[in-house]
Design a protein around this ligand. Sequence first.
Ligand SMILES: NC(=O)c1ccc[n+]([C@@H]2O[C@H](COP(=O)([O-])OP(=O)(O)OC[C@H]3O[C@@H](n4cnc5c(N)ncnc54)[C@H](O)[C@@H]3O)[C@@H](O)[C@H]2O)c1
Length: 523
Amino acid sequence: MTADQDSISFRRIGIVGSGAMGRGIAQLFAQAGVPVSLFDTNPAAVESALRSLEGTFARLVEKGRLDEADAQRARAALSPAASLESLADCDLVIEAIVERLDAKRSLFESLEKIVGESAVLATNTSSLSVTAIAAGSTHPERIAGLHFFNPVPLMKVVEVVRAARTADPVIERLQALVRATGHLAVTTRDTPGFIVNHAGRGYGTEALAALGEGVATVPEIDRILREQVSFDGRGFRLGPLELFDLTALDVSQPVMESIFRQFYDEPRFRPSVIAAQRLAAGLLGRKTNEGFYRYVDGTQQQEAEPAAPAVAVRPPVWVAPGPWAGRVAQAARALGAVVRDTASPGPDELILVAPLGLDASAATRAAARGDDGPDLPAERVVAIDALFPIEPGSCRRRVLMTTPATRAEYRDAAHAIFASDGVPVTMLRDSPGFIAQRVIAMIVSIGSEIAQQRIATPTDIDGAVRAGLGYPLGPLSMGDALGADTVCTILGNLNRLTGDPRYRIGGWLRRRAALGLSLLQED
Ligand SMILES: NC(=O)c1ccc[n+]([C@@H]2O[C@H](COP(=O)([O-])OP(=O)(O)OC[C@H]3O[C@@H](n4cnc5c(N)ncnc54)[C@H](O)[C@@H]3O)[C@@H](O)[C@H]2O)c1
């Protein structure tokens, strides 16, 4: 890749801290053709960084991903710095040292005395306030955040963080620099978690809440989010709990705690007792071979899913009125069920409801469903999640839920019908919003709040989340794909049934739902 050199306004970049991040950042800019000097208080770290980058360039050339000439140029762009003072001619210094406020502040205080007046100073902090880091310096207007993700060359997004006193031209120059490397530059106000680690709270936190409520097991929750969720066929690559195992709870749990506290106990970010206890027990994930799953030789151990029950006689089906009634009836018919079209259910029929944000028990009441159908006998009621396609050939998993009164023969009949094309079925305990509805609604809700608080533009929020977290869509586009009014119905019912303010509907989302506007629409 050849960088657009004209848009780079920096002549030499200094990098302080040559660990995992420092060397990745050095690689990115060296490949873009910008001279980079690497410093570390531990000289061995600089040597090891340069050696490992040498190996990286050789491998890239071998795989045909980098021309030999470009590799030569990248090698020539890199140099070790023996002291902080030798960064004097750098017009940008990026720090990637230990994540401690005192260390970063004192580094910037030292750097200010070394670099020229117009030099820009940037921090790669993930969790500290850039404003607080800049507060001790004489010229806070030239300090910004430049938040890279690991591994830097592969994670093609960088958050350019505007602290309280950062000057506009500094932000613009950093944006142009990032763009010239081919990475996506997104701009964020200095707030806890910036965009990506803030928007990413919904997925894991809501899954842990569902786990804590005893709605489903660990593998059931992961399978639902991997397989049931489908935005034009695309779901999440990893379930939320196996993702915790990958990042490790000793990293994730402190981030969950810290974001919750930094937003003054915002209930949307409320951490889970389960994760805190598992951290205390040392069940960290892959790196300890035991987390939410067990790992043998690095392979996740999974129990086989139980087979669908064998049901000799399938009762006829009656579908309660509601926005998804047509979809449910069509799917049931396509799966061979006899679906009755009467105004109310007959005496032996299996009754299907497809609630949004309600549990199956609440959905037995016409008033709760908001339709003019009858109240339903709970012992024959089974709920199906129809938020994503359920028709044969269009789905990889179906999710059902029973009331505490549902009789086993009706539960099994529904399971057998909806598994009859070989698509696996997950049967949940009764709870509002199934799993997928509540998790997706929380992702949209938090993304909308980030837009509402003007932390970043809607486009940058969606771009950052797609590139930084690998979600099938950004949170605001997810809301658009489902319909903002549908998301509001899910959240509103969750809020009403649980009384939990984490599900309250924010202004950004509510106004766009009311006006039929896209969630990407700016004010
Ligand atoms: N690792 C990640 O996934 C990730 C992602 C984004 C941001 N970050 C942030 O990047 C920074 C660095 O993280 P890392 O994972 O590369 O850490 P690391 O431990 O791999 O490397 C840190 C390096 O900084 C050096 N160092 C420490 N104090 C120093 C000082 N005062 N002056 C000069 N060198 C010093 C250490 O010797 C070490 O080589 C942290 O602020 C971290 O929060 C990390």
